[in-house]
Design a protein around this ligand. Structure first.
Ligand code: GLA
Length: 368
């Protein structure tokens, strides 16, 4: 297969947070921001990795030597992990020259790492004619992240980057990985979905994400279900009564109500009532802040300020502990909301947040 150029987008999650490792539902869409990979096959078993953004010279690794825990650390672990995961699963991926360039803000909760993984899988799939489906690639990318990089994330980000389509949000059932593309075009509805990157750096591998995940698993075990997805919303009160640990109870309450919020948002979008999803997003934020405890003062400030300035709804998005919030506005109120958030950050002495409009965009693709 000839050499070429591939792109994979970052994502933002509309609703369904911390549900993907509980076999639940998520609803991300792809951003116009992408990681672009120029790749050429090489037959000497060497992986030569270079990033225009990371600084530093190229890193060379031998594909036969790749193993979890043996990587040099840093950004190259993501693509190297993908090559390892492909080979471990029996796919004959070999060496390549890989040059990356990205417009996805890093550390902003917008899945720059998933894009890096997915674009690598896509290119190697073509270069070595592996014949893999996108969902399969997404699963191998998650394996790279979980095992090679060592971050215990779910399947949402990689699936979003690989499988989203323009003008849609992706309704993904993270248990059976079935997907539905839900039409979502804010501009056509007179709405705007803003992303506010607080510039507070988040890190999943720092243990907090893993603690939440372990707490959810403990809750499921006590309730005798395979995953919290199996607790029906209607049975929530009864389930909570069976949990003694207040921290586990709060985690369970978040996950079960969040799965329900995904259903509510889908119902509203299908009924042509997108404006009405604002309060559902805001409820999701309160749940992540108070029950799941993954927000931070800067994210809470975005949400509080945006709502006070007339936004329809707002919430943190992604793993939390920093990163970005989303804000749903009627187009005419966007300037007031933006100005208020910028002023609130300035008077609190925080760094200026980056604010931009999110347009549901296409998933990973070959450019040339
Ligand atoms: C991170 C993870 C995802 C998901 C979100 C929270 O983005 O990579 O798998 O768990 O956090 O919804």
């Amino acid at each position: 297969m000839r050499d070429g150029v591939w792109a994979a987008p970052g994502r933002v999650n509309l609703i369904g947070e911390h549900t993907d490792y509980n076999d639940g539902f998520v609803m991300p869409f792809a951003l116009p921001h992408t990681t672009v990979l120029t790749a050429a096959r090489r037959d000497d078993g060497v992986l030569r990795l270079h990033s225009a953004d990371a600084g530093g010279g190229p890193v060379e690794l031998r594909v036969g030597d790749l193993a979890p825990g043996r990587g040099p650390g840093g950004w190259t672990d993501y693509p190297a992990g993908v090559v390892w995961a492909l080979r471990e699963a029996g796919h004959a991926a070999g060496g390549a020259d890989l040059h990356y360039e990205s417009t996805i803000p890093t550390g902003a909760g917008l899945s720059s790492s998933a894009a890096l993984e997915v674009v690598t899988a896509l290119a190697l799939n073509d270069l070595y004619e592996l014949g893999l489906e996108r969902q399969r690639m997404a699963r191998l990318c998650r394996r790279a992240e979980n095992v090679y990089v060592g971050a215990p994330t779910g399947i949402m980000d990689q699936t979003a980057s690989a499988c989203c389509t323009a003008g849609h949000a992706l309704h993904l059932d993270t248990r059976d990985l079935s997907q539905r593309q839900i039409p979502f075009d804010p501009a056509a509805l007179g709405l705007e979905l803003l992303i506010v990157d607080t510039r507070v750096k988040h890190a999943h591998s720092d243990g907090e994400y893993g603690k939440r995940r372990a707490g959810c698993e403990a809750g499921a075990a006590t309730l005798g279900v395979a995953a919290l997805r199996d607790v029906p919303y209607e049975d929530l009160a009864r389930a909570l009564n069976r949990l003694d640990d207040p921290r586990v109870r709060a985690l369970v309450r978040h996950v079960v109500t969040e799965d329900h919020r995904v259903e509510r948002v889908i119902g509203l979008l299908r009924a042509g009532q997108a404006r009405a999803m604002g309060p559902v997003l805001t409820e999701g934020h309160a749940s992540l802040r108070d029950d799941f405890r993954v927000s931070c003062p800067e994210l809470d400030l975005v949400v509080g300020t945006a709502l006070a300035a007339g936004a329809l709804g707002a919430r943190m998005t992604g793993g939390g502990f920093g990163g970005s919030a989303i804000v749903l506005t009627d187009v005419p109120t966007t300037p007031t909301v933006t100005k208020s958030v910028l002023e609130a950050f300035a008077s609190a002495g925080h760094a200026e947040p980056r604010i931009f409009t999110a347009t549901p965009s296409r998933g990973a693709t070959r450019l040339s």
